[in-house]
Design a protein around this ligand. Structure first.
Ligand SMILES: C[S@@+](CC[C@H](N)C(=O)[O-])C[C@H]1O[C@@H](n2cnc3c(N)ncnc32)[C@H](O)[C@@H]1O
Length: 292
């Protein structure tokens, strides 16, 4: 297995939540005779390898917690494998992965799940996902999409395309601390290139008014002062949730900040439900999962 090491304790947090939601989703789907007629897909667009190599600290935590604890054991698996192990399982599994070595690892998962429909797409997440959203017949299909990028690879236009299907529930890691807050410079608004990256991730230029304002204290000599940054993690989080609400039927109002060991938020784990009929239930379940 090629080494694929990422994340810290926050990775465990994210994977536990994802697993809980996928499990609840499929249980509800299978119990409902009408929903059972639809084809379900789990789409992991930044799929990794199916595994994650625990760091030493994680391994110690595992020993402390007890290795035979299924909740602990799940930490060694990546999102793809976690989704495959679900019972009841999804009808289809689609994994997109840009790195050829990671994609090769994902293909090996088929041997462990011989009767499961697994497709590994070696390529770029946004282009494949956009095409898949546009060409799938959403009258007959439902899906959960997990977007777990390292950084700012998910543009708002992709999130919009997903929302437009009105059939997808989305779990997304929003790079609040690893990227967005850093681009929101404290010494006045960011340079043009960074501002454009923020336009792409928020899908609007309105973040400028939301996160920057004239200084509170007037300059005594009437000189024009540069705008001040008014954004903190809470404000950025509320702004992004508000943006999601403009396009999805239901959005969890309590996205989960995932912290590094220095208690700095790295990502926000966000949830949005696309199908108007199922949105209230989906949002309630997701909010409950995010709260714990
Ligand atoms: C954080 S890891 C995913 C971890 C995975 N969700 C898990 O829990 O096991 C991100 C993965 O996305 C892949 N990746 C990065 N940019 C990509 C892109 N534009 N399209 C597809 N895959 C990409 C990386 O190679 C990496 O394997």
């Amino acid at each position: 297995m090629s080494a694929h090491e990422f994340g810290g304790d926050w990775t465990q947090e994210k994977l536990l939540r994802l697993r809980k939601y996928l499990s609840a989703y499929m249980t509800i789907f299978t119990a409902n005779p009408k929903a059972r007629t639809l084809t379900t897909t789990y789409m992991d667009a930044f799929a990794g390898t199916g595994y994650r190599n625990p760091r030493i600290k994680d391994t110690q935590t595992l020993w402390l917690d007890g290795l035979d604890d299924p909740e602990a054991e799940v930490f060694l698996r990546g999102s793809a494998r976690i989704a495959l192990e679900l019972e009841p399982s999804f009808g289809n599994y689609l994994f997109i992965e840009r790195d050829p070595n990671h994609a090769a690892e994902l293909r090996k998962l088929q041997a462990d799940f011989p009767s499961t429909a697994i497709t590994v797409i070696e390529g770029e997440a946004s282009s494949f996902l956009t095409e898949w959203c546009r060409t799938t017949d959403w009258r007959k299909n439902r899906a959960v999409v997990f977007l777990d990028p390292y950084g700012m690879q998910v543009d708002w236009s992709l999130i919009e395309t997903i929302a437009q299907t009105r059939a997808i529930d989305l779990w997304l890691l929003f790079p609040i601390g690893v990227a967005v807050n850093r681009l929101l410079t404290t010494s006045g608004p960011p340079p043009e290139e960074w501002a454009q990256a923020l336009d792409r991730i928020f899908g609007t230029p309105k973040w400028r008014d939301e996160f920057y304002a004239p200084p509170r204290n007037l300059n005594l000599f009437g000189e024009e002062e540069p705008l001040e940054k008014r954004a903190d993690f809470d404000r950025i989080s509320r702004f992004f949730v508000k943006r999601l609400r403009t396009i999805f039927a239901g959005v969890a109002d309590n996205p989960l900040p995932l912290y590094n060991s220095k208690s700095t938020p790295l990502y926000l784990l966000c949830f949005a439900a696309g199908n108007p009929r199922g949105a209230t239930t989906a949002q309630r379940i997701a909010q409950d999962i995010l709260r714990r």
